[in-house]
Design a protein around this ligand. Structure first.
Ligand SMILES: Cc1cc2nc3c(=O)[nH]c(=O)nc-3n(C[C@H](O)[C@H](O)[C@H](O)COP(=O)(O)OP(=O)(O)OC[C@H]3O[C@@H](n4cnc5c(N)ncnc54)[C@H](O)[C@@H]3O)c2cc1C
Length: 389
């Protein structure tokens, strides 16, 4: 099946719109947020009010009904302008899970309020401290009692809880020992965070390198109404996996935005900085690594478009989404390294923003999926090699 070409001209209008909003939030704004380990409240509100965060919500629910290609451009531009889309990307892919698997009542109750900015669905609780990437072994349980589910357990690294109203939570509803396949028996729930914080969920912020406002969560008999369940009981792991292709592609686009920011910044500095009576960029030892990083970012971008085309056509996009995330996270990290090196000592000064973005883009080789896990996916599912774990 041939894929619809990407209409780059139409995407240019989106780029321009997002860029003009982002340009009001300069390096100083993002530095202050980073220093305070704060949250870019004003930026997020403006991005939402301008409709960009509702891009993928269908028009019938108050959004713009756009595809993953358009959404990816929005997040790419945030990072390309020196910002950090990590504060907002959760809503785009969490919303996709709700849209695909939520009931009509859930969608009607939540999606228009997400589109208007009245509610935020920025959080997803999957990772646990004792099981890590081995998600099917999660120990958080949801036990049905009458018209409620009772949640007990613990999560770690759950981002944006303090600035979200809702969270999608993965918990085991059937013990691992009682299911045929380990991927069965888990379910996802839509958690009202304000209710939960007062009734059995404790939040412990984790001081961390990227200031993502990320947390440990403890559940002690948290009661959720039975209608918080999204889709069918026991199928939650599959639903989460469905959403991951959107997540990986969007994060690939953020990395491409980062990569382009680093390359621009490095090229500008290499042209301006004069040492030994000539611009440092005149030295091949300085310009070649920048050129190499540029090639790698552009190559990753091609895979990102393939993932968008497949996803938007409703085709299986797992391979492309994973490969796009792998290539883009690697390319943006290489570009970050080159940019820092090009700046010499000044790269370490916070006012250049290089060290901040260097830290921010490093995250994407670990989260939301580590590079090794993508390699093992490709080895097993694309190359038919034996499963390694
Ligand atoms: C800032 C930040 C924000 C996050 N936000 C969220 C969030 O909002 N929601 C959420 O659910 N999670 C979130 N995470 C968690 C993130 O998804 C995990 O950290 C990531 O998936 C890796 O899991 P882990 O940390 O448990 O590493 P582990 O699973 O302990 O792995 C550690 C290392 O070992 C490697 N490894 C493990 N097993 C294998 C294997 N079989 N073969 C080869 N290598 C292997 C991994 O690749 C990794 O490099 C966040 C993490 C961070 C740092």
């Amino acid at each position: 099946m041939s894929l619809n070409p990407i209409d780059h001209e139409a995407l240019e209008a989106i780029r321009d719109g997002v860029r003009s909003l982002c340009q009001q939030y300069d390096g100083e704004y993002w530095r202050d947020i980073d220093k305070a380990q704060g949250f870019p409240e004003q930026f997020v509100t403006e991005l939402t009010e301008a409709g960009w965060l509702g891009a993928m919500i269908p028009e019938a629910f108050g959004g713009s009904g756009l595809g993953l290609a358009e959404a990816s451009v929005i997040l790419e531009e945030v990072n390309r302008c020196g910002g950090n889309a990590g504060f907002v990307h959760g809503q785009m892919y969490n919303m996709a899970t709700l849209l695909k698997h939520g009931s009509e009542a859930q969608k009607a109750a939540i999606l228009p309020r997400l589109a208007s900015g009245e509610l935020r669905l920025q959080s997803m609780g999957v990772t646990e401290p004792t099981t890590g990437t081995d998600t099917t072994k999660i120990k958080t349980t949801a036990v049905k009692r009458g018209d409620k589910y009772v949640i007990n357990g613990q999560k770690v690294w759950i981002s944006r809880i303090q600035h979200s109203d809702l969270m999608i939570l993965l918990a085991r509803t059937t013990p691992l020992a009682e299911v045929k396949r380990k991927s069965e028996g888990m379910s996802i729930f839509l958690v009202d965070l304000h209710q939960a914080i007062a009734n059995g969920m404790t939040v412990q912020p984790i001081d961390n390198m990227v200031g993502h406002e990320t947390n440990e969560l403890f559940f002690d008999n948290l009661e959720l109404p039975a209608d918080s369940l999204i889709g069918e009981e026991g199928k939650g792991f599959r639903y989460i996996l469905d959403g991951l292709n959107a997540e990986r592609t969007l994060i690939a686009a953020e990395c491409i935005g980062d990569g382009r920011w680093f390359i621009d910044k490095a090229s500008r500095y290499a042209n301006e900085r004069v040492v030994f009576d000539r611009p440092i960029g005149q030295n091949q030892g300085v310009q070649f690594p920048i050129a190499e990083a540029h090639i790698e970012v552009e190559a990753a971008d091609l895979m990102r478009w393939r993932a968008c085309q497949e996803f938007d056509a409703g085709l299986p996009a797992g391979a492309s989404a994973n490969m796009a995330k792998y290539l883009a996270a690697k390319a943006s990290w290489e570009a970050a390294n080159v940019c820092l090196q090009t700046h010499g000592g000044f790269g370490f000064a916070t006012e250049y923003d290089v060290e901040r973005k260097f830290r921010e883009t490093r995250l994407y080789q670990v989260a939301p999926i580590s590079t090794n896990l993508i390699l093992s996916y490709v080895a097993e599912h694309l190359l038919d090699l034996p499963r390694s774990f």
